[in-house]
Design a protein around this ligand. Structure first.
Ligand code: G6P
Length: 615
């Protein structure tokens, strides 16, 4: 992960670099730094450990301002070397090359040994410093900066998004990408680079998305791009639909809170033009979708984190409602385990960012294993590695999600997967018109139902106090609610640092029941479905072991409240598709309020990053 921003402009670049870093901070926040070429073409660098705010304070405290028209900046999520000033980017080689890097150079130890023999010295423990030295070395035999970069990167294995400047070529930035996202922004007063468009929205809406292997030379009024083979290429300019206000907090205290409350609108936006009065719009999945879905014999889903939990819900839906066999696996396992992939598999990747390295690589692996499959990605990012690699793309219209803990991306993924289930079921003649209309009616009710569930916030806030001194919690659910329990446990872990596990309620007796005592709260989800009776028995088993319980229920479930068991009615009359989406809401609110009580950094929890573009 890590975030990169840079630019060559008519004006001083420092303020823009800081603004960009603030907008990219979701990508990593254990240290940050920037460097500019000052008037006499020397490097002026500042680096700080911790959040971007520390870098801002560092700059404010300086007697001499950092000024220059060309510069690069970086916010780091540590992979090689602890978060420290010396490991923070930008790195410099011989006062001639400086760069910022997102990715991992896997053969850096071999390169480092070679460079030590050549007389280079190292100031950091990172894998990145070898890139700077390799470019400096290449400059001895090349007569342009870009050709030096082209030569140097031949020796790297691994992934990189790079922003490079040189004191010997003070009019340009070189950008290079392989396996890590990088875009070019075209502005009125200059040209820019960044890991994503949000960083540059204040200066431009025009972007070029670099493709795998591209290397670009960016000057104030000229951009030249070469592809993997060194051939001059023209990449299209896209106009971003993002609005600046979308990435601001508005009246909220945290992005996570804002994004939880944006869910009714995000769901509305995701449904818009994808459904009619009573049916799903098949072409919303792309013009080849009808043929591909009709031919699909089974589904394989891969994803990570929250997106994986959404996929797990879809497994139940696809098999139960559309009657198509479905497997799901975490991408980091799938990509390495030589899986079997049958012909006519519909291979689905789920990813908010569209850039998660493991998910992207799992997709590439699948295409190598069997090219007689079709691929669909469901993502929140229109211009991403996954969309470029997939036959079909379905965009969740959640809008930018900044909070590291995913909320609206999850519920809009579920909505998208519900539409997919309905589409496949319909094309395979499993779902008739009446059933399709029922699903569509349920989906239309969702924004209102989410709003109702959000009204429980006051009650949930009170419950959250109980978790003040809790070290561990157990989440229980059956069927799709097991996946929702997993998402609830993940949210609690991510932002409150409380150990939380989710179990299918029926599995409790096979081990985890040994953990239950008064100090371990159990959170259960009780929809009014065919498994309710069994769930109620499981709740009794927990209750009789003395646990403090919280049950989120459908009012029609009528779970009896008892001592040490609080029952919170969330909603009523939910169906198989609406229920998992609605029961997600109280769990999001619970983890948010527990995190507030614990005083953690809700939007930037320790050790995490939103978009994990490294292995
Ligand atoms: C990171 C984030 C998680 C996210 C996961 C997958 O680990 O911290 O919140 O669920 O990546 O991200 P994706 O963008 O692929 O959905």
């Amino acid at each position: 992960m890590c975030g990169i921003v840079g630019g060559v402009t008519n004006n001083d670049i420092t303020a823009l670099l800081l603004e960009g870093l603030n907008r990219l901070e979701y990508r990593g926040y254990d240290s940050s730094g920037l460097i500019v070429l000052s008037k006499n073409n020397t490097f002026d660098r500042a680096r700080s450990v911790g959040k971007v705010k520390n870098l801002e304070d560092n700059l404010k405290a300086r007697d001499q301002k950092i000024l220059g028209n060309i510069g690069i900046a970086h916010t780091r999520w540590a992979t090689h070397g602890e978060p420290s000033i010396s490991n923070a980017h930008p790195h410099i080689s011989m006062n001639s090359v400086s760069l910022v890097h997102n990715g991992i150079i896997e053969n850096y130890i071999d390169l480092k040994n070679d460079q030590l023999n050549k007389g280079y010295s190292f100031t950091s423990e990172t894998d990145t410093e070898v890139i700077a030295h390799a470019i400096d070395f290449a400059m001895k035999s090349c007569n342009t900066l870009i050709s030096s970069v082209q030569l140097a990167i031949k020796s790297f294995s691994g992934s990189y998004g790079l922003g490079i400047i040189s004191s010997k070529y003070p009019d340009q930035i070189i950008a290079a990408r392989k396996g890590s996202p990088l875009i070019i922004g075209i502005g009125k007063n200059g040209n820019y680079i960044a890991s994503d468009q949000m960083a540059l929205l204040s200066v431009t809406k025009e972007f070029i998305i670099l493709e795998e292997g591209d290397i670009a030379e960016i000057k104030i009024n000229k951009i030249t791009i070469y592809d993997l083979d060194g051939i001059l290429v023209n990449r299209p300019i896209t106009i971003s639909k993002l609005k600046e206000g979308q990435v601001d907090l508005g009246n909220y205290d945290h992005f996570m809170q804002k994004e939880i409350f944006e869910q009714p609108q995000a769901i509305r936006d995701t449904l818009e033009s994808r459904i009619t009065k009573d049916s799903v719009v098949i072409s919303a999945f792309g013009h080849k979708a009808e043929t591909i879905f009709k031919e699909a014999k089974q589904v394989q889903i891969v994803a990570c984190g929250t997106s994986f939990n959404a996929g797990l819900v879809a497994k139940y839906w696809l098999e139960d409602i559309a009657k198509i066999s479905c497997n799901i696996e975490v991408a980091s396992e799938y990509r390495y385990r030589h899986p079997m992939l049958l012909d006519h598999t519909l291979f689905i990747t789920l990813s908010q960012s569209g850039e998660t390295a493991d998910t992207v690589e799992a997709l590439k692996t699948a295409k190598i294993i069997n090219n007689n499959i079709s691929t669909l990605c469901i993502t929140n990012s229109a211009e991403s590695s996954l969309t470029r690699l997939s036959d079909l793309t379905f965009l969740t219209h959640a809008g930018p999600e900044i909070g590291v803990a995913s909320t609206k991306a999850f519920t809009t993924q579920l909505v998208s997967l519900a539409l997919l289930t309905c589409t496949i079921g319909k094309l395979k003649n499993i779902i008739n018109k009446k059933q399709e209309k029922k699903i569509i009616d349920g989906l239309k009710r969702l924004p209102g139902l989410v709003n109702e569930a959000l009204l429980q916030e006051v009650q949930i806030k009170d419950l959250a106090i109980r978790f003040k001194d809790t070290n561990s919690a157990l989440f229980l659910g059956r069927g799709t609610m097991h996946a929702i329990a997993m998402e609830g446990a993940l949210k609690l872990k991510e932002i409150s640092y409380i150990h939380a596990e989710a179990y299918p309620a029926g599995e409790l007796k096979h081990g985890p029941i040994a953990l239950i005592d008064r100090d371990m709260p159990v959170i259960a989800i009780a929809p009014n479905d065919e498994l309710l009776g069994k769930l109620k028995s499981n709740l009794q088993e927990v209750k009789s072991r003395g646990s403090q319980m919280i049950v989120f229920e459908d009012t029609n479930s009528k779970v009896e409240a008892m001592d040490a068991m609080e029952v919170i009615p969330v909603t009523s009359n939910l169906g198989r598709i609406t229920a998992p989406i609605i029961f997600t809401i109280p769990l999001q609110l619970l983890s948010y309020h527990v995190a507030l009580i614990k005083g953690t950094d809700v939007d930037k929890p320790r050790n995490l990053a939103k978009s994990v573009t490294v292995e």
